[in-house]
Ligand binder design. Structure first.
Ligand SMILES: [Zn+2]
Length: 262
């Protein structure tokens, strides 16, 4: 079974192995890695660059073998080299009775570590922008008669009436959780072409439904699709949601975006 604790951090917290979930593991792993970069700075005497391979080798090694730092400082004049690398694997690692772990460790870290900000990838600003130009709210976050089914329902988002194919922009930097045609099997039935983004900073999700075409990126304000009328929809509009949970907990976006609901 694949471990949920992808950074293998449970033991470091004194917990049984694999007791952290994926998200907790990433947060713990990244925060430890950040601390490790600082430790590298005290070992090498300079701030390591997350984009420099040599620096990252040191950081990766120290991540798992912190005691290697003083040796590197004393014996190798703070320098990482092929020779130091060989010595490390031949002598230091053997002394631990274990290898340096998964060879994809560093790749895993950098997948979630934003080199420019030093934060988690997709952290975002914590503030949302309005995802369409000329926002006209055609349906607010209210109880209403569903125009397709005729049933009374709680409308769990904002509808922005828009010209067909106008741009939909991400409300904040985020990680793409889902992008594609909604269906019963993926949990997005009636949403048509839909994008769900996760925002680490606000610990929320935003959803963009009924798109004519999906073209996903992650940065705030970048175009993630075109307005359409796919799914359960009677005309071109963006159905926009802010969610407190991935699978629900919708809240009214109108006051957050500073637009007037209807
Ligand atoms: Zn709607």
């Amino acid at each position: 079974m694949l471990s949920d604790d992808i950074f293998q951090y449970s033991e470091s917290l004194g917990l049984p192995p694999n007791s952290l979930g994926v998200k907790e593991s990433i947060v713990q792993g990244i925060s430890f890695f950040k601390a490790q970069l600082k430790a590298v700075a005290s070992t090498t005497g300079y701030e390591p660059s997350p984009t420099n391979e040599g620096d990252m080798n040191i950081s990766s090694v120290l991540y798992q073998f912190p005691t290697f730092g003083p040796w590197l400082k004393k014996e190798r004049n703070r320098k990482w080299s092929e020779e130091a690398n060989y010595y490390f694997y031949k002598n230091i690692v053997a002394g631990f009775g274990a290898g340096p772990g998964d060879k994809d460790y560093l790749k895993n870290i950098l997948q979630y570590y934003d080199c420019s900000s030093g934060n988690l990838v997709g952290g975002g600003t914590g503030k949302y922008i309005i995802p369409v130009d000329n926002p006209i709210v055609s349906s607010g976050f209210v109880d209403r008669i569903n125009p397709v089914t005729g049933q009374r329902e709680q409308h769990k988002g904002l509808d922005f009436a828009q010209p067909m194919n106008s741009a939909i922009k991400s409300a904040d930097d985020g990680v793409v959780v889902f992008a594609g045609m909604g269906s019963n099997s993926n949990g997005f039935n009636n949403y048509g072409n839909v994008v769900l983004l996760e925002h680490k900073k606000s610990k929320e999700w935003t959803l963009y439904a009924h798109q004519n075409a999906v073209s996903v990126t992650k940065g705030q304000g970048q175009v993630i699709g075109k307005v359409g009328s796919t799914g359960q929809s009677t005309g071109a509009h963006l159905h926009f949601e802010i969610r407190k949970q991935q699978w629900g907990g919708q809240i009214d976006p109108a006051p957050i975006l500073g637009v007037t609901g209807k």
